[in-house]
Design a protein around this ligand. Structure first.
Ligand code: CMC
Length: 436
């Protein structure tokens, strides 16, 4: 970051002397006012719940221009990455900052592939869960439990540990998600098949059984790979900030990523894909497209808590570029599977059209986000709705790790410790229990 020529001056109406605050430029995007010394200089904090105006770190990984609807990983537009690169190249890009050449890609893929199995004990850990447990409950447990199995990669301050834990996490997430699914189905786990691609191997672990040969459908393989690319990173979103905050205490990488999984689960974040599909199914049950108007009235009613899931974003005030790509993939997958007339897809298109023309959405700049179409693709592929967010977690793992490693390497990083505006009781004396 570069110091700007101008500075910010904060003045007070009560005679407190004003203070000058440095301003920095990033390479693109809004400038930032550096308030780190504000408390020391004035005895005051800033107040910004939800981080509406606060940059929590400097980062060189992902950039979003919310007004333009632009998403760049290490400078490359998401459209180009989704069209020309696969998930392994994207992982390499996010982790190391550059797109690999053919040899670099082969080497990276081999390193990941060598770690796809999980410790055999993991299945006994999994067995402790109810069969109907939510996959995200299982994933939170399994990812955290990795730190109990891989003691040689838990020191966040050791670059070799960080590297091996990164490769392990990327390699093992598909195995863990597929194990959670197989467990819920009461089917035997399928071991990874390392001659398959990252997405192909995941499909095999999910859908194959020991009884029959499983052939990977290349259209679905490509669609899954694209889902992974589109979800790989998204700058300082809630789960990534959780990973950074958790990791800032020096905890091990597996524990920090487990915290990210837990945060992602919420319906305002990664859980929106599951919530969106459930919403579409509910509207379909109520009568489908003919009920869209009624549903929209509920969404716009401030006394109802109904939201149009898969719509709106803190940063995008334009069409989420991932939603556009996801809609394309959705069409391709449905066509390849002969599901062009899928009623939920038609319903989603109708909802989108109405929302984009409705004043409520136009005024608030609410557009479809990545979750609006991803559920329809995943459902067509045969992935159960409750597993959608686990697939998001699988794909986002590389982004979490890249951001965590960037933080550890940042000389300005400190343990994260927000302050507060206290509104509770001030000091008072405990009254003995008999007199309360
Ligand atoms: N349906 C109806 N109204 C909405 C929606 C929606 N999906 N999203 C925002 N609004 C309204 C909101 O009620 C508020 O209205 P008003 O100004 O009258 O109070 C206004 O739009 C601004 O919204 P906000 O809640 O202040 O915005 P935020 O930045 O705090 O929240 C959000 C962003 C994504 C949590 C929110 O848009 C939302 O809940 N969307 C639905 C859930 C969803 O699809 N989440 C996935 C996000 S993308 C995947 C990811 O990276 O996690």
């Amino acid at each position: 970051m570069k110091l700007a020529d101008n500075k910010a001056t904060l003045s007070f109406s009560n005679g407190t002397p004003s203070v000058d605050l440095p301003v920095y430029h990033g390479n693109v995007g809004p400038d930032v006012v550096d308030i780190r010394k504000l408390y020391a200089q004035t005895g005051m904090f800033t107040y910004d719940p939800g981080f509406l105006s606060t940059a929590s770190c400097q980062s060189a990984i992902t950039y979003i221009d919310g007004d333009k609807g632009e998403l760049l990983y290490r400078g490359y537009p998401i459209e180009q990455l989704a069209t020309n690169c696969d998930f392994m190249e994207t992982c390499h890009l996010l982790l190391y900052g550059n797109l690999p050449d053919a040899a670099g890609k082969a080497d990276f893929t081999k390193r990941v592939t060598q770690h796809t199995m999980v410790n055999e004990q993991m299945q006994f850990f999994l067995r402790g869960f109810r069969r109907d447990a939510h996959p995200m409950a299982i994933m939170t447990g399994l990812v955290g439990a990795l730190s109990a199995f891989y003691h040689d990669s838990t020191d966040i301050n050791n670059p070799e540990h960080r590297e091996i834990s990164a490769i392990r996490l990327i390699a093992k997430m598909p195995t863990l998600v597929a194990m959670a699914y197989k467990y819920s189905m009461g089917q035997p786990y399928m071991y990874p098949k390392n001659n398959l691609s990252y997405a192909g191997n995941f499909m095999h672990m999910m859908f194959a059984t020991p009884c029959e040969e499983y052939v990977v459908n290349p259209v679905i393989e490509r669609a899954l790979d694209r889902i992974f690319v589109l979800h790989a990173d998204h700058e300082q979103n809630a789960s990534t900030s959780t990973v950074r905050l958790c990791g800032s205490s020096g905890t091990n990488p597996f524990a920090a990523i487990a915290a990210g999984v837990a945060c992602l689960w919420g319906p305002a974040h990664g859980g929106a894909n599951e919530a969106c599909l459930n919403m579409l199914e509910d509207i379909q049950r109520m009568g489908g497209i003919s009920k869209v108007g009624e549903f929209m009235n509920q969404v716009k009613d401030k006394n109802s808590s109904v939201k149009l899931m898969g719509f709106g974003h803190r940063v995008y005030k334009n069409y989420d570029p991932r939603a556009k790509l996801m809609q394309e993939t959705c069409k391709e997958v449905l066509a390849a599977l002969g599901l062009e007339n899928d009623p939920l897809f038609k319903l989603a298109m109708a909802l989108e059209k109405i929302a984009l023309e409705d004043d409520y959405f136009v005024q608030r700049k609410l557009y479809p986000n990545v979750d609006f179409y991803s559920g329809i693709v995943q459902r067509a592929i045969g992935i159960p709705v409750s597993l959608f967010t686990a697939i998001f977690a699988l794909a986002r793992t590389v982004g979490w790790i890249a951001q965590l490693n960037e933080m550890i390497g940042d000389p300005e990083y400190k343990i994260g410790r927000p302050r507060q505006l206290f509104t509770g009781a001030v000091k008072r004396d405990v009254v003995p229990i008999g007199q309360r």
